[in-house]
Design a protein around this ligand. Sequence first.
Ligand code: PEP
Ligand code: MG
Length: 880
Amino acid sequence: TKWVYSFGGGLNEGGAEMRNLLGGKGANLAEMASIGLPVPPGFTITTEVCSAFYANGNNYPPELAQEVAAALHRVEEVMGLVFGDANAPLLVSVRSGARVSMPGMMDTVLNLGLNDVTVEGLARSSGDERFAWDSYRRFIQMYGSVVMGVPHHRFEDLLEQAKRGLGVHDDTAVKAADWREIVEGYKEIVQRETGKPFPADPQAQLWGAIGAVFGSWMNPRANTYRKLHEIPASWGTAVNVQSMVFGNMGEDCATGVCFTRDPSTGEDMFYGEYLVNAQGEDVVAGIRTPQPMAALRATPDQAPMEKVLPKAYEELLRVRALLEKHYRDMQDIEFTVQSNTLYMLQTRTGKRTAAAALKIAIDMAREGLITQEEAIQRVPPTSLDQLLHPTLDPKAERTQIARGLPASPGAAAGAIVFTAEEVEDRAALGEDVILVRIETSPEDVHGMHAARGVLTTRGGMTSHAAVVARGMGRVCVAGAGSIHVDYKAQTLTANGVTLKAGDWITLDGGTGAVYVGKVATIPPTLSGDFSTLMGWADDVRRLRVRANAETPDDAETARKFGAEGIGLSRTEHMFFGPDRIGHVRQMIMADDPEARTKAIGALLPFQRDDFASIFRIMRGLPVTIRLLDPPLHEFLPHGEAELAEVATALGQSVESLRARRSALSEANPMLGHRGCRLGITYPEIYAMQVRAIIEAAIAVSRETGEAIVPEIMIPLVGVKTELDVTRKAAEDVVAAVFAEQGTTLDYLIGTMIELPRAAITAGQIAEAADFFSFGTNDLTQTTLGLSRDDAGSFLPYYVDHGLLPKDPFVSIDREGVGALVRMGVEGGRKTKPKLKLGVCGEHGGDPDSIAFFEQIGLDYVSCSPFRVPVARLAAAQAAL
Ligand code: PEP
Ligand code: MG
């Protein structure tokens, strides 16, 4: 067996694919070196040594000492230095490196090889005595604590005391002679704490550090971590020994951290910082001001690396090209320049903003570094949300007071308002307001529309507030349970802070955070790259993407974002307009069919106009209109004033209406008088809606010359007979309208599959349906017995504690709800192989769920208008 693998300086025995043997760090170093990057030379002692060590009573394989000696010798030759030499000493770092990075293990010892003799050699060769003694004391401190177990603070205390004695504050003000004394003090600490002298022999230091790495593999912290993350102890860790290079040995030295492209804009240019004559930690420590890399990025008073260290910079440009060609992605790198020679310490794929991800993917595809398909895969679909909505200015100060669910993305600030009416009044005056409610209902929709954002303290990701806000592209934080809302006092209290109506708050709908006051936001910018990527995605996806939309605004937005139709138009929101709700209340409070028919008749022209404008905007694209769904309960008049109004209109006494109201009230409206149950018991409602749909379709067809094929959808069907009855009634109305108008058109009648029984009996239901649309919101609610509106109080706990992998209202529960959807697909297609199948629950806009819908062969997904681009991209990724 070979126990030691060299890297750097022209000999590379490992590579990225040898992660199991060399650990993550060792494999990366070898990979970097083998593609021609200037990596300080070193070697990796394999993970197999670790296993052999433990298997063999804590003894190393007999050949190890010799292999380490040979590899070390090679490093000496490459660097032109000698380990332990009095004049030109080689110093090394020793680091652990398991297959996966693992906290709890010994991390790093730097400057190993220093002692009272070699430190003088380092002082001479660097020409910097202070640097040499500072390095020495750092070494004792690190080695003393991580290898020898001396409490770290012992060293810190002594250093503090020494600095106080010297009357200095910063380490930088400590002189060479002072460091000498501190080194003596450090050595005494080691002797006192361990009963042993600090090892002076570099070989003893090296083996001590190697032993400490292997020993730390089995320490309790590492064991606990492994257990939690199911990492087998048999994997073992590797040890990396690498030549030290110094960025702090003079003015021709430097250290830096940068990205190969701008991680916030994606611009094809170095982005990052460097410091002359400094060590890695100085860049982050913020004592000196780091300088920019590229001359183009520098202001006149700055000293860019391109100008100050031109030779090393040029080398860095070469490295950048190599890196991107090899890793085929933007890299985040760390480097050091020692005496004008560049060394690469680290490279990894760089984190980036959504805008940068998009630009880099498109640019790299155009440069030929990656394919178009890879470019599609490179952009996380949900990150597009960031591009379509304003976001918080990352530089802005903020004070968070609560966190709820990130229900609808974007950032918004405004004055707190507690009622939808007041929101409308204030918004009309041009004020920015945030609607704050315990929860919202369809009545609040107009207020939600006028508000900048919506905050609720109850409800989950498919609560009314969440669904409606997403649909409108309004910012929403839902279910912020730690906020207490007092409608009467007009206050909200959270985290010890009480705010009054009119005070400002800011919502971040992307994270669910709530802040006091006004936090600055930045507007979205849509680049040409966005439509390029969308075009590429459209070329490869199979799933069609529609939008859930019910107002002309929503329909416009949906089209703008590339929706290929409307998959769900919820008609109930149309019933709450101020000009309509009165008629709706009369309709449900009427106790005889005549009064009901009269009230409904008043609604017909409104509905017809609603549908006509949607058909006009969608220009012949498919439009699915769902007949009335919500519980009657939600339309009941609440206050005395409302009750009196309805009484007058109906010519009835307030008394009798009060009685009817309590008769209609439901304990559990979501499982009550709603959906097709409503259409079956109050057939006039669906008849009016079907008439409005067909009349509107005929009118717009005549007007535009385009064939309109309306899709009428029946909600909450659980048994086939429900669909039979509603379908027959609808067909009768359609026939009547055709006769009146002297014309016909094609139309479809289909159903939502949103109850478990419907999914299970889908084969029967399909006989009466032209299409299915899976309502995965209700299907999740009814399958898990989990209320959409009340889940906020405990569901986050379930997710945080791993009882459920994800919020099932956000990402489809594949094993439960998903299995029912699959069953519905199979049952439906068995009866009608060509049956059109879609999904219109919120899952239609969730990338993970979309991957599942692709798998089970749905024809389309339908989601909020602002989610349409997300869905297009996710559908493309699912198809690849
Ligand atoms: C559903 O239940 O998934 C659905 C789309 O309908 P709604 O959200 O309106 O109940
Ligand atoms: Mg539903």
